[in-house]
Design a binder for this molecule. Structure first.
Ligand code: PRP
Length: 176
């Protein structure tokens, strides 16, 4: 049986914080004079949300959604199930979806359509990581921390089988 191990650090905690400071400044400039609702997609994005929101200078509120795919077959069908919906209405509000990683893009495609149907004033996407090589549907984040190669990454909120989320750096998971 193969075993997973942390092969190398891809992004250090310092690199991550530096980029988040830049993202926060950009977002603050773009939303100047407006209130913003940050919509965090559980669970991987919680650490990114916590760091990002403290770098945004306009007033922010936060809310959470949990979604899951309908098993293996759905990876390609893009059918996503809402496990936890938002607590608040987003009608006429400026909303920013906060994701940790975009892979196939299916989760965000679904979320974008679902949230847009609720008539927000605006809806944008910020992701810490983007794997453009893996994309199956057309979706592009409005703000992106880092584009990364197609490697399995863990840490800074990202998991493998619910483990490794607490690693401070983003690491590549290897197999031996
Ligand atoms: C990850 C990530 C995105 C989704 C991206 O979540 O947080 O929500 O996968 O993949 P996609 O672009 O192929 O749709 P995951 O299902 O691993 O849940 P987690 O955040 O709770 O770990």
């Amino acid at each position: 049986m193969s075993q997973k191990y942390v092969e190398k650090v891809l992004l250090t905690r310092e690199e991550i914080q530096k980029r988040i400071t830049e993202l926060g400044a950009e977002i603050s400039r773009d939303y100047a004079g407006q209130d913003l609702l940050l919509i965090c997609v559980l669970k991987g994005a919680v650490i990114f949300l916590a760091d990002l929101m403290r770098q945004i200078s306009v007033p922010v509120e936060i809310d959470f959604m949990a979604v899951s795919s309908y098993g293996a077959a759905t990876v390609s069908s893009g059918v996503v199930r809402i496990l936890k919906d938002l607590d608040v209405s987003i009608e006429n509000r400026h909303c920013l979806i906060v994701e940790d990683i975009i892979d196939t893009g299916l989760t965000l495609k679904y979320l974008e359509e679902n949230l847009n149907s609720r008539q927000p004033a605006s809806l944008k996407i910020v992701t810490l990581l983007d794997k453009p090589e893996r994309r199956q549907v057309e979706i592009a984040p409005d703000y992106c921390g880092f584009q990364i190669p197609d490697e399995f990454v863990v840490g800074y909120g990202l998991d493998f089988d619910e483990k490794y989320r607490s690693l401070p750096d983003i690491c590549v998971l290897g197999e031996k």
